[in-house]
Design a protein around this ligand. Sequence first.
Ligand code: ATP
Ligand code: MG
Length: 349
Amino acid sequence: MSSERTPKNVARQSSVFIGVLSSVAVLVVLRVSDSLNLWAISIIVGVVLEELSYFVIYNAIENYIDHRIQILYKTISKVKGGGDLTINMDEDVVELANQDVMEWAEGQIEEINLLRETDSFRKDFIGNLAHELKTPLFNIQGFILSLLEGGIDDPEINRKFLSKAEKNIDRMTRLLEDLDSISKIESGAMNIELETVDIVELSSEIAENLDRKAKDANIQFKIREEEEFKVLCDPNKIRQVLSNLLVNSINYGVDNGKTKVRFYDMGDNILIEVDDDGIGISEVDLLRIYERFYRVDKSRSRHAGGSGLGLSIVKHIVEAHGGNLHVRSTLGTGTTFGFTLQKAPIGKT
Ligand SMILES: Nc1ncnc2c1ncn2[C@@H]1O[C@H](COP(=O)(O)OP(=O)(O)OP(=O)(O)O)[C@@H](O)[C@H]1O
Ligand SMILES: [Mg+2]
C-alpha cells in the first residue's frame, strides 16, 4: 500500500484500522457472550463498531484536512500575510478554504491586471516620447541637409531653414522641460513654496506676455481686473498653469475669438476660470485630455506645436496645491477650465 496521503489511502488505512479494532471488539464480546442473548450481542457489537468507526474516521478526516489545507494556507498566506487556519470540524472547512482561495485568486488577478496596466502605460509612454523626439529631430536633420546640399549659399532660403531648425530645437527643449516638470512632480520632488499672490494681477501679467501670440491668432484676452483676489500659491507653478490654459485657448481658439479669465469667491477658496469660445472638446475626449501625450486632433496640435503634456502638468500642479481642476466643453462652442486655490488669510501680504 502506498504511503501517500491521498483520500483513497486515508479511506483504506481507516478501514484496516476499523477492521482490526472490530475483530478485537468482537473477540472481547464473544468471550463474555455466554451470559448474553443474540439481540444484546448484536446491539453491543453495533454500538461498539459505530463508536470505533466514528473515532477513527473523524480523526483520519481531521488529520487529512489539517495536513492538506494547512499547506494550502501557508502558500496563500505568503501573499495574504495571514496566519494559519484552525480547523473547526463543525464547519464546512473545504468550502471555507475554497472561498478564501477564491478571494486570494481575485486579489492576484487584480494585482496582475495592475502590473499589466503599468507595463502598457510604460510602453506607451516610451513609444510616445520616442515619437515626439523623432519628429523635430528629423525636421532639423532635413533642414541641415538641405543647407549642406547648397541651400547655405542661397540667401533666399538659408536664414529660413536655420530659423525653422531653431523652432524645432525650441520644440524639443520645451518637451524636455515639460517631461522634467512631470517627473519632478510624480517623484514628489516638486517643491511648492506658498506665498500670498494676487491671482488677478498674475493672470494679467501672463496674458500680457502672451499678447503677441494672441494677436497673431486674432484672439482677444479679457480679464476682469476690478477686484483683487489674494490666494496662497507658488506663483511660478501657477504661472505655468495659467499660461498652459491661456496658450491652449489660443491654439484651439477660432479667428476673432475671445478668452475670458474670471474669478469667483467660493468662501475658503477662489475659483479661477479660463473660458474660450474655441473649437471645444467632445465628451469622449474630455475623459482623456489629462493623459500624458493625449491630443484630440493630432495633426492640428502638431501644427500648433503641442505635445499633449500641458494639461497633465496643469492637473498635477493644481492638485499639489490641494485644489481641483475641472472642465466644461461643447464641440464648436468653447471650453471652460476652472481650478481652485486656497484664499490667503486676511492680513497676510
Ligand atoms: N481650450 C481648449 N479647447 C479645445 N481643445 C483643447 C483645449 N485645451 C486643450 N485641448 C485639447 O486637449 C489636448 C491636450 O491639451 P494639452 O495642453 O495637454 O496638450 P497640447 O496643448 O496638445 O500640448 P502642450 O504639451 O504643448 O500643452 C490638446 O491637444 C487639445 O486637443
Ligand atoms: Mg497645451
